[in-house]
Design a protein around this ligand. Structure first.
Ligand SMILES: NC(=O)c1ccc[n+]([C@@H]2O[C@H](COP(=O)([O-])OP(=O)(O)OC[C@H]3O[C@@H](n4cnc5c(N)ncnc54)[C@H](OP(=O)(O)O)[C@@H]3O)[C@@H](O)[C@H]2O)c1
Length: 485
């Protein structure tokens, strides 16, 4: 069925003046629109405090729209049509009256037909609840009406620890039903992350060796070769564990370690993710290495340290690096460390999962233990998506000499297709009501249970992160974590 035949939808972006809305959400909606994935009757309403008129808002939206799905002259027409569907209302976030104004503006454009609604809360966490209550207070949420739905999309952070996350969940549930609440982790929309389940469960070769008998260690690395670069306000309040590890990297761990779900529906996948997260014991400060970058160099040029950034307090103890070896205490994984590492200001950038397999027992090609590298499967999530299996191979020639070689699946070379942005995929799922790539509340609870004791202990003891130079491999404490793994 053509999506143009789907029911009318109004997509409200709260915080529409912000970076995420401008650079990701509206371009993703345009990408869906230009490929015919949105209903014919589709409108966007931006809402924020900054006073724009429709024309100014549209001009800002237009700056980031690209023609990658509709090259050629047709693109200008698609852009014009899309922008005609974009409107803007200014108002205060905690004011029901402001949302009544929004409602009024919506009704003027929408006509009398009942419509489905998405409320995307693209705003800082401190205004989340005020906005949700104001939306509810203005009567914009259509509860109990089975003909149309009202969905909320929330951006992380979902609280600071288990208790604050539970409070947020409970308060949000007073306005939006849990089944209509979409907690977004944009990593789950990335192409290679979505492929993790396919790789594991649609191929015969991996699943039989995906366990403690054959895997020695799993590493999940997230590296940035930039710092906070003047956007330290949000980051300093949260730090690398809350910003990256507790959500993105833990989700990757769950998809890598979970059992085969009964089906790929949201319910079954969520059940398996929760089960595996509940098998991970909570971390303590002894399990982790924390670091904070100091002045160093980037591509040969001096780069200031974290606390030199004008948006960061001079005495900040916020970690910009953390590494930990997590355990998954179940039959499949007992004894296999999952080393998770995330850092800013490092010697390279990218996100990779690596499965390190065990050595070949009784290897006939060498008489010393560990004389050959063990197999590794590297799954590069970004940049330059790729899956590489590192194997031992005979070097061509008359002698028997062995080398490590790569079986290399580089997406850009292998597939003649555009790789969609994560937000394109996730926004389409919101519109289609598919929650399999969103975080359920019990998943969120299990994730916070792993990190809350550690975060509280770090804060209570005032544990200082170890300094490491910008552009280096990270703090020396990383070696301690690896040596235990
Ligand atoms: N950018 C990303 O890639 C990214 C990634 C993950 C998560 N997030 C989350 O997504 C949300 C939006 O991200 P963003 O980068 O667009 O954020 P942002 O630009 O800092 O904020 C979005 C809008 O919220 C309003 N705002 C900012 N600070 C505020 C404050 N202290 N009190 C009330 N309103 C304030 C501003 O609009 P007005 O002043 O016009 O009202 C701003 O345009 C945030 O919750 C962030 O944590 C963003």
């Amino acid at each position: 069925m053509s999506r143009n035949a789907l029911d009318p939808v109004t997509f409200v972006v709260v915080g529409a003046s912000g970076d995420l809305a401008r650079k990701k959400l509206l371009p993703a909606l345009f990408a869906l629109y230009s490929q015919g994935f949105l209903p014919r009757d589709f409108r966007v309403f931006g809402f924020a405090r900054t006073p724009f008129g429709d024309a100014e808002f549209r001009a800002r939206v237009a700056e980031n729209l690209t023609c990658r799905y509709v090259p050629g002259e047709a693109c200008a027409d698609r852009i014009r049509e899309f922008l005609e569907r974009c409107h803007y209302t200014a108002g205060q976030y905690d004011s029901a009256d402001a949302f009544l104004n929004l409602y009024q503006a919506m009704r003027e454009k929408e006509g009398r037909q009942e419509r489905n609604r998405v409320f995307y809360l693209s705003i800082p966490p401190q205004v989340f609840l005020g906005v949700a209550h104001a939306i509810g207070g203005a009567g914009l949420v259509q509860c109990g009406n089975r003909r149309v739905w009202s969905r909320a999309v929330l951006e992380k952070p979902f609280g600071r620890d288990r208790a604050s996350s539970d409070r947020l969940t409970a308060e949000m549930a007073r306005v939006f039903e849990e089944r209509e609440t979409y907690r977004i982790d944009h990593y789950l929309g990335k192409e290679v992350i979505q492929n993790l389940m396919v790789l594991r469960f649609a191929n015969l070769v991996f699943e039989p060796i995906w366990n403690r008998a054959h895997v020695r260690r799993v590493t999940i690395e997230w590296k940035e070769d930039i710092g906070v670069e003047g956007r330290g306000g949000y980051f300093d309040a949260y730090g690398i564990i809350r910003d990256v590890i507790q959500n993105h990297l833990l989700q990757i761990l769950a998809l890598t370690a979970m059992e085969r779900p009964a089906s790929v529906t949201a319910g079954h996948v969520g059940d398996e993710k929760v089960k595996v997260l509940r098998a991970v014991p909570p971390l303590t400060p002894d399990d982790v290495a924390l670091g904070q970058y100091t002045a160093g160099t980037r591509r040969g040029l001096p780069h200031p340290g974290y606390t030199d950034d004008p948006t960061v307090p001079r005495d900040s103890r916020t970690p910009t690096f953390a590494a930990a070896a997590l355990r998954v205490d179940n039959e499949r994984w007992r004894g296999v460390p999952f080393v998770i590492m995330a850092g800013k200001g490092l010697d390279g950038g990218g996100t990779t999962v690596t499965i390190h397999f065990r050595d070949v027992a009784g290897n006939v090609f060498c008489d010393r233990p560990l004389c050959l590298p063990a197999n590794r499967l590297s799954i590069r999530i970004q940049p330059d998506e790729a899956i590489m299996l590192h194997v031992v191979n005979k070097q061509p020639g008359l002698q028997v000499a062995l080398v490590e070689s790569d079986l290399n699946l580089r997406y850009r070379a292998a597939f003649d297709a555009l790789i969609p942005d994560a937000y394109e995929c996730l926004l389409l799922d919101v519109l289609e009501g598919d929650k399999s790539l969103f975080i359920r509340c019990d998943e969120l609870e299990a994730a916070w249970d792993i990190f809350t004791p550690l975060l509280h202990a770090i804060e209570a003891r005032g544990i200082a992160p170890e300094p490491y130079a910008f552009g280096s491999a990270g703090p020396a404490g990383m070696r301690r974590v690896l040596s235990r793994a």
